[in-house]
Design a protein around this ligand. Sequence first.
Ligand SMILES: C[S@@+](CC[C@H](N)C(=O)[O-])C[C@H]1O[C@@H](n2cnc3c(N)ncnc32)[C@H](O)[C@@H]1O
Length: 215
Amino acid sequence: MKVFDTIKHSTLVDIYRCYELWTLMQQLEHVPGEAIEVGVWKGGTGGLIASMLKRFPMPRKIYLCDTFQGVVKAGDKDTLYRGGEHADTSKEAVMELMSTLGVTQNVEILPGIFPEESAHQVEHNLFSFCHIDVDTYLSAKDVFEWVSPRLSVHGLVVFDDYGTWGCEGVTELVQEIAQDPNYFLFQNLNGHAVLIKLKSATTIGDGFQTSSLSR
Ligand SMILES: C[S@@+](CC[C@H](N)C(=O)[O-])C[C@H]1O[C@@H](n2cnc3c(N)ncnc32)[C@H](O)[C@@H]1O
């Protein structure tokens, strides 16, 4: 609650989903890899995750990725977003929150459209956790396809927008991914979709192959 009180004015995510992020992170100590969030806005959920990472005996990082110019890649599958929403933030504002939380050592900010403009900085990293909070179908798909081969077995992907009115594109994407036998899906009534990676080789959509990169 102390961490939540510090971040609650810098997040659009409610306490139930924040609590789930917190408790999921807590259980990832023995799954190798760092954390990544795409869709940071003012840094609330990123700061929450970083605060849990700081408690791990071995230091771990979260990469916070945002355009800082709002939502991108809105298309036909998206019912509400048109592009440019949530631009009322900055890298500096996020760093100030991280400083208040005392987690600057655990955080690296990657500005730009992910993955096209920023993912090259972490392309050889291994991840245990990915929080996708980007609001549109294509952004969420591109993030998932990028992170999937870089995710440890038993690593988690959380889609914030799965059950959010106005983010039906993300709901559709998760339903497509649910067909992938390499993942186990929880459809949580708080709005989250939580995916657990079961195996290494991943195939989604029309023939997306990642086995060569799988760990
Ligand atoms: C709903 S907000 C994130 C909310 C945040 N997680 C919180 O704690 O409230 C969505 C964010 O996703 C970002 N975004 C959307 N698509 C993106 C992409 N492909 N790459 C980087 N940032 C993206 C937007 O700039 C926006 O700040």
